[in-house]
Design a binder for this molecule. Sequence first.
Ligand code: TLP
Length: 367
Amino acid sequence: MIVLGTDKSLSPELECFFGGAMKDFIDLRSDTVTRPTPAMRKAMAEAEVGDDVFGEDPTVNLLQEKVANLLGKEATLFVPSGTMANQLSIKSHTQPGDEVIIESSSHPYNFEGGASAALSGVQFQCLKGVRGILEASQIEEAIRPADHHFAVTRLVCLENTHNRGGGSINPVEKMADIYRLAKSRGLLVHLDGARLWNASVATGIKTQEYAQWADSVSVCLSKGLGAPIGSLVAGSKSFIDRVHRFRKMFGGGMRQVGIIAAAGIYALEHHLERLKEDHQNAKRLGVGLKEFKGVSIDPRHVETNIVIFDIANAGMTAAQVAEAMKKEGVLIHAFGKSQIRLVTHLDVSAEDIEKALKVFEKVFGKK
Ligand code: TLP
């Protein structure tokens, strides 16, 4: 449960938006909405810091080392956001005019403001996956021949778990097939692992086992892990050196940022295993929602902490459902006209999930 509107500095516009009252919301819009716990704030307040642009922040250095170990990579670099982590990776792997093969509902293609075209001058070739997951054979067909008419295919981007695919897990065997194909054709592989932690906790397969099938990996601390800010890019030492240069160029070099890195270390030490609870809560939502009129969902597709379902037959648009839910204290995310996304996280309990299901029942009615 997240308390919105208790902040004395809330603007009148926001007070109006949230109904003015000190209202409690169950916020299922994203796992990015979590707020640092008192223990995390304590770790942040006590962090030892230095100037990270000089490489002198001991807490950042410790976080970078920890994540390099977790991903089995030579080096990592701390950056402000998942978007910057992906874009720095794409920039560092490519030349302007290159082509990047990517899934059509992926985050870098849809939700990063067209950054790869603007900042790296690359074009995407988008392939449709099953709940975001691509096959090596699809990629093989999409690789451009060595002919001057065509762009140079340079990079394959994967996403695990896949956000728009409903938190789907890209099986490690499929990643291995794609990586082997990429190597045989001289291509590089980047993994958007913003929620790789969720894939690992759900399957019991270590993060480094996934990460070995990518040349670079981006991971986020500010999604399910509950840190307020922070992502890392991982790869070989020479690759991270390039990323470091571009981070400076993009204005992402930060100074006494150990204050934030400390939240990331705390999150890795205390919030990783508990992702299981988020997965159970998401599953419960999936199973519960199936009982309501006009809702179309296969609970077997709820693999981690994201639930996406269709309401085309509910006689309401997704925006109308979101509005009706908000009036009852539950925030959800409308995706287009007839899809809704729910994401479970640190700040929603099993009890909150039961309350949210009661509200959904009120809005949709029982089948
Ligand atoms: N995803 C956000 C929104 O941008 C859609 C969310 O609410 O899920 N990769 C993946 C797979 C992501 O889901 C996100 C954030 C990012 C990258 C970008 O991370 P940030 O927001 O830190 O730039």
